[in-house]
Design a protein around this ligand. Structure first.
Ligand code: 13P
Length: 245
């Protein structure tokens, strides 16, 4: 297995937590203090409304900690109630942005919309964290086709020179802790085989050299007990963590 060459990347997706700006600030300070010596890039993606407060805290945070947003609208401005543009998120301190999360896809987000978001982020030099993942694993392996369609459609027209700026997070929906309530977790082998499959799709699209430069994360019930095993045995470049973050 090829070992990751870049610094590992761990993204904390706080989803709709915590409930107050004070709590978010406290949690962020505690995280940055405890990660001073960590040899990984850590991205904290709080609810967007707390980004501004955490941006203040970034002044004291180590360089390998960054802020991320959980979603974005692909357009710059206009009549889009409740939406935030790339520029607004960037101005609030975010340099990464999650797109295509299954919890957003479940509300009707299409691959075409995810693709538009990826382009909008790349245009503004923000790093898209593109989530893909199947709802279920079936015996006949149809889940591969699900992931392949998501990867290809979400990266439509992304140029070869830009592909290494995209992070791909493989998040099988059945393994996400808030998912179907059955508490299933992916094994290192599950993450390993899907990582290889995604690298194969990227190789088809962009050639092997570029494909191997793309960081591929795993997400779905990652916690302090299973993280080391998945990281060392699957070859992923890091994690997208929900509940445990
Ligand atoms: P959990 O780590 O809570 O399973 O969430 C995963 C996730 O959805 C991160 O984006």
């Amino acid at each position: 297995m090829k070992s990751p060459t870049r610094m590992p990347l761990v993204v904390a997706n706080w989803k709709m937590n915590p409930t107050t700006s004070e709590e978010a600030t406290r949690l962020f300070s505690a995280i940055s203090a405890s990660l001073k010596k960590t040899k990984a890039t850590v991205v904290v993606a709080p609810p967007a409304i707390f980004l501004g407060a955490l941006k203040q805290g970034m002044r004291k945070a180590p360089k390998h900690i960054a802020l991320g947003a959980q979603n974005v609208h692909p357009l710059e401005s206009g009549p889009h109630t409740g939406q935030l543009s790339v520029r607004m998120l960037y101005a609030s301190g975010a340099s990464y942005c999650i797109v295509g999360h299954s919890e957003c896809r479940a509300l009707g987000e299409s691959d075409a919309l995810v693709n538009a978001k990826v382009h909008a982020l790349l245009k503004s030099r923000m790093t898209p964290i593109l989530c893909v993942g199947e709802l279920e694993r079936d015996q006949s392996g149809k889940y591969y086709a699900v992931v392949e369609t998501q990867v290809r459609a979400s990266l439509h027209d992304v140029k070869k020179k830009d592909i290494e700026k995209v992070v791909i997070a493989y998040e099988p929906i059945w393994a996400i802790s808030s998912g179907d309530g059955k508490g299933r977790t992916a094994t290192p082998e599950d993450a390993h085989e899907m990582r290889l499959f995604i690298v194969k799709i990227l190789t088809d699209l962009y050639g092997r050299t570029m494909a191997e430069r793309v960081q591929i994360l795993y997400g779905g019930s990652v916690n302090e007990t299973n993280a080391e095993g998945i990281f060392t045995q699957s070859g992923v470049n890091g994690f997208l963590v929900g509940g445990a973050s």
